[in-house]
Design a protein. Structure first.
Length: 470
């Protein structure tokens, strides 16, 4: 990619305010009559996009009667997500999530998004997140008592399911303080079903089957009604009997617009809670599961992390102030997020005509961007498939473009809960591996599933053993 516009070194620091000339492909993967590439994109999204990326930086993709573009260069990501972000909105396909997420921060656009982001941002400042550290650590410690029983039995257990339950427990405890009591199990099942059905519906362009009275559609509607009913009931109870609390729900209920002094109404509050619960817990669970699998295969790196945890924590529970000293643990999480980003691709639609590095983009055109492709691009990363946390050391990141790495999104719509997720994953890895060994008993190199989040096609199974200390 043109050296004339980039300082020495592949994907070096670009000259300010200039985009490097792009490798614009004249054609992309061959599609089918009428449908174009839609069937391949729908049926095997990751492998299709990996193949399409070999054509160039900007690759045309014929979908039905229109042309979309795959953007595979950090500068183009920056253009869409930052420099000209106001010209791009989310695609209608994400409307499939609206029955669950409503008009929460992930789904909203325009003035509603701007207002809600401004209203909610103070709730996720570092000091607010740090105040939740104790509740988070206590929840993890309680959950890991169940691992002691697994050690005694020696039987394999569903690791993917277990970490999903754990991250949901953390979400419930930090959101609602005392959790959900008897509703907790049903809440988890309903969230799982809702996520599955939404993922299936994303590529259903007509939406006809979603309106049929099938058993699965009825179960989905019942699950959504249950989820929203539980959250709405808790909000109503808090309104009727306010009490001092440091949980996220109380923080969001107290959040006021700086200009109008208004608070969120109950429906908007419910949508934001649902968004934080569903999007936050699932993406974190996926990355934690990948981290446990990958570290079980990286013994030397695992021992480095354990030495750091043993030295700094010395057996005590982690606290918010421990995040900075646990730097190698953080780099492990960053590397997991590079190789296995939970949200690994997305699409945007141009509102007005645009031009990206010489490629005209007409209004209404869809552009695809993949974190997975950018995170493993051979011209961005040395030995991109190698698991190497030290690539995030300061001297290694100095010349790397900002938009070469964006597991939590980027630009104004960067994930509001990124700091919370990093603390959660750091605590989980530190508290598991300082006491347990994880022996994966299922496929150690699983096939990726074709879902919204980048997860294995089959669950990861493992045994827990007490850690062997040297």
């Amino acid at each position: 990619m043109a050296e004339s516009k980039v300082l020495p070194g592949s994907f070096g620091t670009a000259v300010p305010d200039e985009e490097p000339p792009a490798k614009i492909a004249k054609s992309g993967p061959k599609g089918r009559p009428i449908w174009g590439v839609l069937p391949m994109l729908r049926d095997d999204t990751l492998n299709f996009l990996k193949d399409a990326a070999t054509y160039g930086d900007i690759v045309p993709l014929r979908i039905l009667m229109s042309t979309a573009y795959l953007l595979n260069h950090p500068a183009h990501v920056e253009h869409v997500l930052q420099k000209n972000h106001r010209n791009y909105r989310k695609t209608p396909m994400l409307g499939k999530l609206r029955p669950v997420l409503g008009d929460g921060l992930f789904m909203s656009e325009g003035e509603l998004w701007t207002r809600q982001r401004k209203l909610m941002q103070p709730s996720f400042l570092k000091e607010r997140v740090d105040a939740l550290a104790g509740k988070m650590a206590d929840t993890i410690a309680t959950h890991l008592k169940g691992w002691e029983e697994r050690v005694a039995s020696g039987t394999p257990f569903n690791l993917s399911e277990d970490v999903s339950i754990l991250t949901l427990e953390i979400a419930l405890q930090t959101m609602f303080d005392t959790g959900l009591g008897a509703d907790a199990a049903g809440f988890g099942e309903a969230m799982h079903l809702s996520h599955q059905v939404c993922a299936e519906r994303v590529w259903n362009l007509t939406g006809i089957t979603e309106r049929l009275p099938t058993r699965r559609n009825r179960k989905f509607n019942e699950a959504v009604e249950f989820l929203q009913g539980v959250v709405s009931r808790i909000i109503a109870e808090r309104r009727a009997n306010p009490r001092p609390s440091n949980d996220l729900l109380s923080i969001l209920m107290d959040a006021r617009d700086a200009d109008t002094n208004e608070v969120m109404d109950d429906q908007q509050l419910r949508d934001e809670v649902m968004t934080l619960m569903l999007a936050g817990h699932d993406t974190t669970a996926t990355m934690v599961a990948w981290a446990l699998l990958m570290l079980s295969q990286q013994k030397e790196l695992l021992e480095r992390m354990r030495d750091e945890v043993d030295t700094h924590l010395a057996g005590r529970m982690p606290e918010a102030g421990d995040l900075k000293p646990l730097d190698f643990t953080k780099r492990i999480i960053q590397e997991v997020a590079r190789l296995r980003p939970s949200i690994w691709w997305f699409a945007r639609v141009a509102i007005n005509d645009d031009n990206i590095a010489g490629q005209p983009i007409k209004a209404g055109t869809t552009v695809f961007i993949s974190q997975y492709l950018i995170h493993t691009h051979p011209e961005v990363w040395d030995d991109p498939e190698k698991f190497d946390p030290d690539r995030f050391l300061p001297d290694q990141t100095a010349g790397r473009p900002k938009f070469a790495y964006f597991p939590f999104g980027a630009g104004p719509r960067v994930c509001i809960g990124g700091g919370f997720a990093m603390m959660e994953m750091t605590f989980v890895l530190a508290m598991i591996f300082r006491r347990f060994d994880v022996e994966v008993t299922s496929d150690r190199d699983p096939v990726f599933g074709n879902l919204i989040t980048l997860r294995p096609d089959d669950d990861i199974w493992a045994r827990a053993k007490l850690r062997l200390r040297h």
